[in-house]
Design a binder for this molecule. Sequence first.
Ligand SMILES: CC(C)(COP(=O)(O)OP(=O)(O)OC[C@H]1O[C@@H](n2cnc3c(N)ncnc32)[C@H](O)[C@@H]1OP(=O)(O)O)[C@@H](O)C(=O)NCCC(=O)NCCS
Length: 178
Amino acid sequence: MREKSLKKGALLYKLKKHRCQEDGKNVGIILRKALMCDVKPLYNLFYEYSNAGDMLPRSMSDIYEHLRDFYIAENSGDIIGACALTIVWESLAEIRSLAVKRSHTGKLIGTELIKKCIDEAKFFKVTNIFALTYKPQFFQKSGFTVVDKSELPHKIWSDCINCVKFPDCDETAVMLKL
Ligand SMILES: CC(C)(COP(=O)(O)OP(=O)(O)OC[C@H]1O[C@@H](n2cnc3c(N)ncnc32)[C@H](O)[C@@H]1OP(=O)(O)O)[C@@H](O)C(=O)NCCC(=O)NCCS
């Protein structure tokens, strides 16, 4: 099982290109930072899942403002997954908006996107990463542990004021200490 996971991971890292695919050539799955041309596909990806109640929605302007936070999984020009790392406070960052297209789930793409965010957090000397999620078991597979929301600093709740669920947050807090 572990060997299978490693093979899939190696496949994901085979090609890393910081550009949008314009020629439609089949280059397999790549992980890269988000670009301007990704905003609309990202909006559509999040819209579908937020309508199904799997994640919180994100407005187009919110995606533009946080574009530099996002990693993208791309398959031959199609956006098939995304995940954002947002720095929120000293030594603390949040993983937000993790989504993988239904047609591509179960291929470790979500796991690889999380790894990218963890690597970026380490680069910035972040020591704690948290997420508010409806899928705590998924995050636990990547080493996160469930924590009480009261353990999170007050600062993070200021961002929640714009959330459609505020003040009745029904997500679970998970944390990874680096
Ligand atoms: C949750 C999601 C990101 C998983 O992406 P994925 O690429 O299919 O996940 P992976 O293939 O990397 O799965 C890794 C492991 O997590 C498990 N897993 C996947 N989805 C899970 C879920 N919803 N609950 C619990 N475990 C899950 C897999 O079974 C796999 O375990 P294994 O290695 O023992 O087989 C994807 O299903 C999705 O986008 N869902 C809708 C949006 C969402 O729920 N986002 C989460 C943040 S709220």
